[in-house]
Design a protein around this ligand. Sequence first.
Ligand SMILES: [Zn+2]
Length: 377
Amino acid sequence: MRRFMLAFASFAALSALLTSPAAASPPVPFPSSPKGLPAPVTLPSGVDPVSPYLPQVSCSPVNMPGVVKLRALVLKTYGEGGAGGISRGCTEGVSEHSEGRAWDWMVDVSDTSERTAAANFLAWVTANNGRNARRLGIMYIIYNKKIWGVYRASEGWRTSSGHTDHVHISFSWNGARGNTSFWTGKVGTIDLGPCIRFTGTYGALTSTPRTGACPQTKSLLKKTSLGNRAYGRTGDTVAKAQGLLGITKTARFDAATWTAVKAYQKAHDIPYTGALDQPTWASLSPSSMTSNAVAGYTRSEAIRYGVLNYSDNTFQRGYVGKAAMMLQTALGMPTRDRNGFFNTVTLAAVQRLQASAGLTQDGIVRAEEWQALADAL
Ligand SMILES: [Zn+2]
């Protein structure tokens, strides 16, 4: 029996050597029975699915509720370290902080009690291939030059850099929304988050979980001489937008500017990004336009182009492209609304045309609608 135990022990040691390369060791020594977080609900036996890596695509200054709840519970449970920030401006590279779904727990590795608190939390949250990370919707963690990702849990702690004075915690969208079993008592689903619809812009803000692939990213139909600006940026270009939006010129893209940009985008039914991107600039400042998919077309030329090229097609709300921009020109819509999005503003103009031409006011553009425009010339 004793010989068997010895043989087993040496086999286990050998296995550990083979499967635990140095890089997989934790960022700080972990306790063998770590103190974890008390769940506020009865946990189900099932565990939330593993979220893939979902990098920042949109820009929002709102601290997401799941992140706020975790911050409060960690600080209360361990009583160590500074609260640290969640939301941050969109002025740096890709960071989930820019979507309010990352938190920096200020615990320094050189401080014994702070390091011990971090070690307890990290050991608890990453144990059993990240069972508790899955329950909380934690996507990845960086501490003391090591990174651990729930989507690469079998690899353990991998080499990273920095983060010696705080633990960085990024959340999946489901985790950030607080829709995971640790908070709800019900196994969550995967929420893949917002989609980038147009090249060079941020993803559209949404509160609806996404499970399928994003629609194909389209290129912009219009470009302007004004650069994209998002939450956190400062300068004259931001002040110019504030003037056009009719709000106080602080030259800082603050929460009030974010609210005003969103309200403008909603009113004009253009991509709801909360950022001053090219579709928004083209609408706010038509004179700044440097390229336009239907540049040079007069209203009558746009009507003739539509009759010739689009009579075999139907277009309706939701369509995005050159045909919508040609239609907007043919309808004589204001320049700021000729953006290539068959939106609610375009729909209303189509229905007015249908009413005046005695057509069914269904907002769908077919050969009859183009012909009605030509007849009115
Ligand atoms: Zn961070």
